[in-house]
Design a binder for this molecule. Structure first.
Ligand SMILES: C[S@@+](CC[C@H](N)C(=O)[O-])C[C@H]1O[C@@H](n2cnc3c(N)ncnc32)[C@H](O)[C@@H]1O
Length: 332
């Protein structure tokens, strides 16, 4: 059981009604709180919850339409996303309870201040290195449309400027990451066929390749519903069409790909997690057709070359700079 869920269960009597659990972990909490429903934006967690508690968790960037008496927010890693989720729920909880739970190392103590606009927050519990906060919503805000929180920036590319739109919580919100910038300089001579932007975030790589290689089919994949929604906004803002899918890891990707491009993930929340990237490197060959190519950027301190060579084929370091490396490998 996730420690945050354990803290909620220490006060289980508070959560017996129709409570909405926003950003809940894929553990047994729904089993222990029969009146509760989930709102999830992580495709992997959602798959786990769906498998065990069918129809009990809603997936997406908007709060479920169903009514709820109170809500618990599991502290997201980004402050902007926390603001959006708290606002969306407080707008529907006038006079009722909104809870915030999170780990101390994720900054729950400071994040509790984000409850101030709605009433007078108080700490209900502190255990398992977590805290649980409560506010009774005295000032219910108007709900802010998600698009109004989007940030847009323009990339000056040789073929014309590209608009990138990112939503709260999405990687490199409002600016281009240095690793992605380096990869953008090395997207030359991609094979024709089906291209995948793995871990697409706001969709910058996928949009650039769709613009440069308009005859190729392009799929953008991310585990996070906010990233997928951002990618759709980025594509639409530039008049581009591509498939955007949510899914957990390379297993969710199509087969028969000509190339996989990625600035792959290496942090999940406050925990460092290389699993999704290592799994990508192990299984890329299965998703690439013969001669298909993997091109990725990673921090120079991450030693991916041996893993790529073990599972895919000869791997060249195509470029190196500012602490990043571009890897290129072909399925033989
Ligand atoms: C380093 S960011 C790169 C984002 C974007 N491609 C860019 O260049 O700005 C990695 C992305 O991988 C996504 N991600 C993390 N775990 C994933 C998983 N298991 N499956 C698919 N995507 C994942 C994250 O949500 C994040 O958007």
């Amino acid at each position: 059981m996730d420690p945050r869920s354990e803290v909620l269960l220490r006060q289980a009597e508070l959560f017996q009604g129709s409570v909405l659990l926003a950003g809940l972990p894929a553990d047994d909490l729904l089993g222990r709180l029969p009146g509760a429903h989930g709102w999830c934006w992580h495709a992997g967690d959602q798959a786990g919850l769906d498998a065990r508690f069918a129809e009990r968790s809603h997936f997406g960037v908007n709060a479920p339409e169903r009514e709820f008496d109170s809500a618990v927010v599991f502290l997201p890693k980004s402050k902007d996303l926390t603001d959006y989720i708290l606002n969306a729920l407080a707008s529907r909880l006038a006079g009722r309870e909104l809870y915030l739970v999170g780990e101390k190392k994720s900054g729950i103590e400071g994040a509790a201040k984000q409850l101030n606009p709605f009433g007078k927050p108080r700490k209900l519990d502190s255990a398992r290195h977590c805290q649980l906060w409560l506010v009774t919503v005295a000032n219910a805000p108007a709900a802010k449309p998600l698009e109004s929180l989007a940030q847009t920036y323009e990339l000056p590319l040789a073929e014309g400027p590209l608009k990138v739109i990112s939503l709260p919580g999405v990687f490199s919100h409002g600016r281009l990451d240095r690793g992605s910038a380096l990869l953008l300089e090395h997207l030359d001579k991609l094979p024709s066929g089906h291209l995948l932007d793995f871990g697409c975030g706001a969709g910058v790589l996928g949009a650039v390749v769709k613009r440069r290689y308009p005859h190729n089919q392009v799929t953008l994949l991310d585990v996070d519903a906010f990233a997928a929604a951002s990618s759709r906004l980025t594509l639409a803002a530039n008049g581009l069409e591509a498939d955007v899918i949510t899914g957990d890891g390379i297993d969710a990707a199509p087969m028969g790909l000509s190339a996989i491009l990625s600035n792959p993930p290496f942090h999940v929340g406050v925990h460092t997690d290389y699993f999704a990237t290592e799994n990508l490197l192990r299984k890329a060959a299965k998703h690439l057709k013969n001669g298909g190519e993997l091109r990725l950027v990673a921090n120079s301190f991450l030693k991916y070359q041996p893993l790529i060579e073990e599972h895919l084929g000869v791997c060249a370091i195509k470029a190196e700079g500012q602490g990043f490396r571009i890897y290129r490998a072909k399925r033989g």
